[in-house]
Write a protein that binds this ligand. Sequence first.
Ligand code: IDP
Ligand code: MG
Length: 137
Amino acid sequence: MERTLSIIKPDGVKRGLIGEVIKRFEKEGIRIAAMKMIYMSKKDAEGFYAVHREKPFFDSLTDFMSSGPIVVMALEGDNVIQRNRELMGATNYKEAKPGTIRADFATDIEKNVVHGSDSPENAEIEIAYFFSKLEIH
Ligand code: IDP
Ligand code: MG
């Protein structure tokens, strides 16, 4: 059993896609172990995306991620890190497989609706960034 961090980004929340995204997880038998809506400050977003500090898109990405409320979730299931990445689709929605969240809803390489951890190490760090032990069920 594995856990991963999922985020419905500000574009997804603003466009009314919370239910749509959660439905796709639940349909796949992925369990939601923790969930809340939060509003990150620019500093919160910079801390979360610290691995991308040197990237040219870092400033724009952290502005975007602190531009409105987001929904953060800890997802649980077998192989859920990879399964979530498959449901999300490629970072660039133009390269995402048809039927994935990003292919269906993303409008931009940055505004791509969802985040998902990419490894067990990062999943653990990212879940702990938002949730205390008492918030994960
Ligand atoms: P991922 O979200 O698919 O794991 P990462 O490479 O970790 O993709 O990038 C984090 C986020 O940064 C992406 O989801 C996207 O919002 C944004 N991003 C990635 N590459 C670019 C880019 O080339 N231009 C603008 N934004 C980007
Ligand atoms: Mg990533």
